[in-house]
Design a protein around this ligand. Sequence first.
Ligand code: UDP
Length: 245
Amino acid sequence: MGGRESELVLLDENGIRCDGRKVDEPRRIMIKAGGLKNADGSAYIEFGDNKILVGVFGPRDVHPKHMSNTDTGILRVRYHMEPFSVSERKNPAPSRREIEISKVIKEALQPAVILDKFPRTAVDVFIEVLQADGGTRCAALSAASVALADAGIPMRDMVAACAAGKVADTVVLDVNNEEDQAGQADMPIGYMPNLKKITLLQLDGVLTPEEYKKCIETGIIGCKIVYDLQKKALHDKYFGSGGEQ
Ligand code: UDP
C-alpha cells in the first residue's frame, strides 16, 4: 500500500483506472467447470490476468487417520502458487502467505459445504495458481466453489468472491495488482448470495467508516457478478456450452 502513487496514474480526470476500467467495472472473468478427468470435481478461472486451476477429491479416506472426525467429513484446502506464476520467480516451498491463504479459503468455504453425511472422510481442494495478478484468493475461492459443486458435494450455496478497494481516494471494484501495490486499501470479500452471508472479509489498508461500508457494498456487487458466471459455468458443463463474461 502507498509509495508509488505519484508515478502511476491510478485514476485519471475522467475516472478511468490504470488498466482502462471504470471504478465499478470488474476485470474480464471466465469460469469453466470440469476439465480434470482424474479429479472428482474441477474448475478453471481466468480473472483478469489471474489463471487458476482447482481440483477437488473426495469425500475419501483421511490420511493420517487421526485427522478424521467420527461425526462429520472434513474440508482441507491447499492453495499453491507455481514458481512461474509471478514475474519474480517464487520459491517452490510453501510460504507463510500460501498457508494463510489456504486457511482463509478453507474457512470461507466451510459454511457452504454440508459434510455431516460423510463422517471419517475428507474433501480435499487443491488450488494451483498458474498466473497471478492480484486478487488470487478471491479468484481461487470462486473457482473452488464451482469445483466443489462439480464434485457433487452437498452445498448450502456457492461462495462468490471479489475484492473492493480504495485507490486515489476513491472506492473501486476488483483491485488489480498495480492498484493493490500502489493503492490505499484492498478488501477481499467472499459472499454467499442466496444466503446473504459474508464468509471472507479481509482488509489491508485504512478506510473511514463510510468507505468501509461502501467497500463492502461494492465488493458484494462484484460477488454477484461472479456468482452469475459460476452458475453459468455449471449450467454450461451439464446443459450446454459457454461460460465467458
Ligand atoms: N505476488 C507476487 N509474488 C509472491 C506473492 C504474490 O508477485 O510471492 C503478487 C501476485 O500477483 C498476487 C499479488 O502479489 O496476486 C497480491 O498478493 P496478495 O498477498 O495480496 O494476495 P492476492 O491479492 O493474490 O489474494
